[in-house]
Design a protein around this ligand. Structure first.
Ligand code: 8YV
Length: 315
């Protein structure tokens, strides 16, 4: 039987690549020396695209595949897929929700702890010999019992808040409306008020055109010189220019970021800021979660070509 032809936009671990190659004829766009030539050659045979959250699929790419039926995203975020182009053509889109929620929430909380307690600097202090040469490490800020805000109480935001409750933190959140599933957490109408009343602000919103720069200068200044911003969503939710300026002149205390505009080639000014913790878009990066994401990506492709309902459709 002929295998369906699919276009793969980025690399996957071997444990995903092997079953993908066995089930489909896979054209690896990211390995092509001349991508335009590859698309001109195979574009009309492509029935599905396998991509990654941060790579998405542009209108131009979708147009280069006139017989495209499905885009399967390895990630919960599908903001980089041109949904309007998909709807116009009746192309379906799937993602990988739920399987990564716990890990993303874990990393967000770990980033807060690492940044607030200075864990990275303290490790360097011990390893470099400064402890013996210069004495005790400078004092840092407490986490437990303080105030945390969660901007976007979806699946990931909820799991972040649940973890923070274990640190006896006072939890507030903001979303389009109060959530019935939020226990005794305080609902706040807008992001500025939320930021003004907390010490740590977690950004856990699904990104879209509507949420672009929702964390702008006003929110950043409301969080203030003692506040910390933690972003485990998408870079587009934050005005990076405003963030860099505020971190540089102390209007914002600190930040912990897993996502960046233009990643992996993020703004080099971040490297020179001592009050920012940088992570390489790694919140879902555990073996367990990545295996589950790869399985779900394949299960959606398999269901589609078997004519069965998609497991996790978004369009
Ligand atoms: C990436 C993500 O997809 O889930 C998302 O939306 O951005 C991540 O999980 C991951 O880095 C794999 O590309």
């Amino acid at each position: 039987m002929t295998k369906p032809e699919i276009l793969q936009l980025g690399p996957y671990p071997a444990w995903d690549q092997e079953p993908l190659d066995a089930a489909f004829t896979v054209h690896r766009l990211f390995e092509a020396d001349d991508r335009a030539a590859m698309l001109a050659n195979v574009g009309d045979r492509i029935r599905a695209i396998a991509t990654r959250g941060e790579l998405g699929a542009s209108r131009a790419l979708i147009e280069a595949c006139p017989n495209l039926e499905l885009i399967s995203v390895y990630g919960v975020g599908y903001d980089a897929v041109d949904l309007a182009a998909c709807r116009e053509r009746g192309i379906q889109v799937t993602n990988t929700p739920d399987v990564l929620t716990g890990d993303v929430a874990d990393l967000g909380v770990a980033m807060m702890l690492a940044q607030s307690r200075g864990i990275i600097g303290a490790e360097t202090w011990a390893r470099s010999g400064k402890w013996a040469a210069e004495g005790l490490y400078p004092l840092k800020r407490r986490v437990f019992g303080r105030r945390a805000g969660v901007l976007g109480l979806g699946r990931i935001g909820f799991e972040v808040a649940r973890r923070l409750a274990g640190f006896d933190m006072q939890i507030s959140y903001s979303d389009i409306a109060p959530k019935s599933y939020a226990p005794d957490w305080t609902f706040v109408e807008d992001a500025v008020t939320l930021a003004r009343d907390v010490d740590f602000l977690f950004v856990t919103l699904a990104a879209s055109a509507a949420t672009r720069h929702i964390v702008g200068r006003d929110v950043i200044e409301a969080l203030g010189p003692e506040g910390m911003l933690i972003n485990i969503s998408r870079a587009s939710n934050i005005d990076e220019e405003a963030l860099i300026a505020a971190l540089a002149d102390g209007r914002l205390g600190s930040a912990a970021l897993d996502v960046f505009e233009g990643e992996p080639n993020f703004d080099p000014r971040f490297r020179d800021l001592p009050n920012v913790l940088l992570q390489p878009h790694h919140a879902s990066g555990t073996i367990e979660t990545r295996k589950a994401m790869g399985q779900l990506l394949r299960d959606n492709l398999t269901a589609h070509f078997a004519g069965s309902p998609l497991l996790t459709p978004v369009v």
